[in-house]
Design a protein around this ligand. Structure first.
Ligand code: UDP
Length: 419
C-alpha cells in the first residue's frame, strides 16, 4: 500500500464526453466540471493524473497537457465525431482495449471511472493491469417508465444492468451526496461497505459575490428594466424543469415579476424541449423579460450568476446540483426543489428555500408553479432576507473547496489500494 504522502498515478476514465468540452453544451455538464476540478486539484497536490476520453473530434492531438501533472489522452474508439449519448454503448469494448494498451505503455496505480460507459469499458482493463477500479456514476438511470423525479432514463439498453454490475464489481463506489449513496444501495443493490461519499466542491474565486459598483447596480436592478433577475442554469433537458421556472415566473403579478435568464444549451437530441420553452415564454407574454443566453463559459456564467437576485433550481432530480453551490458561492440565494442532492446543497431557510420539503411555503406541491411563485415573490420582496441568505450561502460555499474534495478522494483511492 502506498503511504499517505506518496504521489499516486491516477487514470480518470471519461468515455463519452471530454474534459475539454464546454459545460452546458453537448452532453457536457456537471460531470465535466467535477472531473476537471478534481483532476486539477489532485495534480496541484502532486499526483500524476491522466484523463482517458474518446476522440470525438479529429483535431486535437493524442495527448493534451492541461497543466503539469494533468494530461488528457484521446482514444480513437469509434468515429471521430460526436455521438448521441446512447451510441456510446457500442464503443465501450473498443475503448477498453485501447485503454489497456495505454496502461501497458504507461501504468497507473488505479482507475477512476466516470459514468457507467467508462466503468464497463475500464473494468477488464483494470483487472488485467491488476489495479483497483473506483466508480463514480454522476447519475443513475431510472427504469424507462418511472417519473422524472426518479432521474434520467437509460439512453441505451445496457445501462441498468451495467450500473448494477459496477455496484458489485468496482472496488469502491463514490457517491457525491447521501442521496446518491442511498440510490446506489437501494436501486443498484450496492454493498454498504464499499460506497464512500465524497462531497463536491466549488471554485469560490471564480464564483464570488458582486465586487464592483457596476455589478451591484445591476444586481440592485437599476438596469434590466428595473426588474430583479431570476436565473436558471443547466443543460436544456426536461429533467431540469426549466418549464416550471417559466410558469412560476409567469404566475407572479406582472408588475412584480422578475426578469428570467435561462443559461445553457440542449443536449444533442434536445431541440423539442428548447422549442417548448420558447413557446411557453411567448404564450405567457414574457418575450421582453426573458433571455436565452445559450451555453456560457465559466467566467461569463459566474458574472451572470452574481448579478442575479435569485437562482431557481426546479430539477426533478439532481445527484448533487452543482449550480446551487455555484450560486451560493456567488452570494445568491437559491430556491430549489427538495430533490436528491439539492437537499444537501441548499440549507432550507438559511441559504435559500427548498420547495416540497414540507416547510416554508404552505401547500408545498413542488410541481405547482404558484407555490414557486409565492417563494420567489417572498424572497424578492424582502431585501433583508435576501441579504441574510446570500451571506449564509457564501459562508456555506467557502467551506467546500475543491482541494478538500480532492483530498478526500485521494483518501478513498488509498483505501482502494489497500483493500
Ligand atoms: N454550466 C456551464 N455553462 C452553462 C451551463 C452550465 O458552465 O452554460 C455548468 C454549471 O455551472 C455546472 C454544470 O455545468 O457546473 C452543471 O452541473 P449540474 O450538477 O448543475 O448539472 P448536470 O449537468 O450534472 O446535470
Amino acid at each position: 500500500m502506498s503511504s499517505s504522502s506518496s504521489p499516486l498515478r491516477i487514470g480518470f476514465v471519461m468515455l463519452h464526453t471530454s474534459p475539454l468540452d464546454v459545460p452546458g453544451t453537448k452532453d457536457a455538464g456537471g460531470m465535466n466540471v467535477v472531473v476537471r476540478a478534481q483532476a486539477e486539484a489532485l495534480a496541484r497536490a502532486g499526483h500524476e493524473v491522466r484523463i482517458f476520453t474518446r476522440r470525438s473530434d479529429p483535431a486535437p492531438p493524442d495527448q493534451v497537457e492541461l497543466r503539469p501533472g494533468l494530461t488528457v489522452v484521446h482514444l480513437a474508439a469509434g468515429p471521430a465525431r460526436l455521438l448521441a449519448k446512447g451510441e456510446h454503448e457500442s464503443v465501450m469494448e473498443r475503448f477498453g482495449e485501447l485503454l489497456e494498451v495505454e496502461l501497458q505503455r504507461e501504468p497507473v496505480d488505479l482507475l477512476h471511472a466516470e459514468h457507467w460507459f467508462s466503468g464497463i469499458a475500464a473494468l477488464p482493463a483494470a483487472r488485467r493491469a491488476g489495479v483497483p477500479l473506483v466508480q463514480s456514476y454522476h447519475s443513475i438511470a431510472a427504469p424507462v417508465d418511472s417519473p422524472l423525479t426518479d432521474g434520467e432514463r437509460p439512453e441505451s439498453p445496457g445501462r441498468l444492468a451495467g450500473e448494477r454490475r459496477l455496484a458489485h464489481e468496482a472496488d469502491l463506489v463514490i457517491a457525491v451526496s447521501e442521496a446518491e449513496r442511498r440510490t446506489v444501495l437501494e436501486r443498484l443493490g450496492g454493498d454498504e461497505d464499499r460506497v464512500r461519499v465524497v462531497p463536491l466542491g466549488v471554485d469560490t474565486e471564480l464564483f464570488h459575490p458582486c465586487a464592483t459598483r457596476d455589478c451591484m447596480e445591476d444586481r440592485d436592478w437599476l438596469s434590466s428594466g428595473g426588474r430583479p433577475e431570476a436565473i436558471v442554469v443547466g443543460r436544456l433537458h426536461p429533467l431540469k424543469g426549466f418549464d416550471l421556472a417559466i410558469d412560476a415566473v409567469a404566475a407572479i403579478d406582472a408588475e412584480r415579476r422578475p426578469a428570467l435568464r435561462i443559461v445553457g444549451a440542449p443536449p444533442p437530441d434536445g431541440d423539442d424541449y428548447v422549442r417548448a420553452l420558447h413557446d411557453a415564454v411567448a404564450r405567457h407574454g414574457m418575450l421582453r423579460t426573458t433571455a436565452f443566453d445559450g451555453a456560457l463559459r465559466r467566467s461569463d456564467l459566474a458574472e451572470r450568476i452574481r448579478r442575479a437576485a435569485v437562482m431557481l433550481v426546479p430539477s426533478h432530480s439532481e445527484t448533487f446540483g452543482l449550480v446551487a453551490l455555484e450560486a451560493a458561492a456567488s452570494g445568491v440565494p437559491v430556491i430549489a426543489r427538495a430533490a436528491g442532492g439539492l437537499r444537501e446543497a441548499v440549507l432550507d431557510g438559511e441559504t435559500g428555500m427548498l420547495i416540497g420539503s414540507g416547510s416554508g411555503t404552505g401547500a408545498e406541491d413542488a410541481d405547482d408553479p404558484t407555490v414557486w411563485a409565492a417563494a420567489i415573490d417572498r424572497l424578492l420582496g424582502d431585501a433583508e432576507l435576501r441579504e441574510r441568505m446570500g451571506a449564509a450561502a457564501r459562508d456555506h460555499a467557502l467551506a467546500r473547496s475543491w482541494d478538500a474534495s480532492a483530498a478526500r478522494l485521494a483518501g478513498v483511492y488509498r483505501e482502494a489500494l489497500g483493500r
